[in-house]
Design a protein around this ligand. Sequence first.
Ligand SMILES: [Zn+2]
Length: 301
Amino acid sequence: MDSFKSQVAKLRAQGHKNKAIAEKLGVSFSRVMEAISQLVGEGKVKSRWPKARWTEKGSADFKRVVKLLQSGANLAEIGEVFGVSRERARQIREKIRKRYGDEIVRPRKQPYVTLREAARELNTEPGPLQKLLQKNGLLTKSPRGMWVVQRSDLKRKQVTQHPHVTQEQVCKYCGKKFRLKHRAQKVCSAQCSEARRMESRLRCFQSEPSEDNLAGWHKELWVRLQRHRPPAQEEWLTLTRASARCGLTPIQVNWLRLRKVLNCQPSETQFWRGQQVQLYRASEIEIIRQCREAMLRSKSR
Ligand SMILES: [Zn+2]
């Protein structure tokens, strides 16, 4: 027996695995396996799988290897399970294929899991996960009408690395990482949400209105109000009456004032909660009514 084979036999006797032996001796795994198969042939080493009956339908090894092949395991993985090389695993597969045909070794579709189970498995919420899977076309409806997903699809990169699953969303306001609770969440907390809203509101009211920063029919309204020259004898309206006349809600009319689209005046005689009531120009309110009606007409058409 040459020294390499005896070394392998010794390590095998000590109970080392084939891979560990290859690492210890600093040789390739296949070379160790070759030596072992020779040693088994010479009867000097006992095979770990002495009664491996790969091609006999009743045997446990056959059932196990077929199950692995059908579950889509690759040859290296199968080799690992049985402690054999990748090449040996391929040979076993070919043996089974020759005897029983292609169908038996073909990877089967993976079992399906429900959306709720998938969410639990990925430690995420079902709602966002459903959208994510739908977007990637991985979601199917089972005959019982439930949303199901192939278990193997849950390991896909576009699923596992999506923020819905990793739950490492960055807050748009404070920049902290947070756990996503629903799909459209952009900020981490109610406080951040409120602060962000107030900030954008402030930014909006501070900027002078122009055709660029007004949207929709407000643009048209703005252009017309710019051309408008108020009459000498102006009728002044309170918010309630202005709102009733133009058809917008008081909040909408008030917004136009805060946005500086409308030119208002504080009343000198009317007060509300200690503050002067703002009065609206009737001629401007009339323009709002006309613009709004034109907008509604164009929408219904
Ligand atoms: Zn935040």
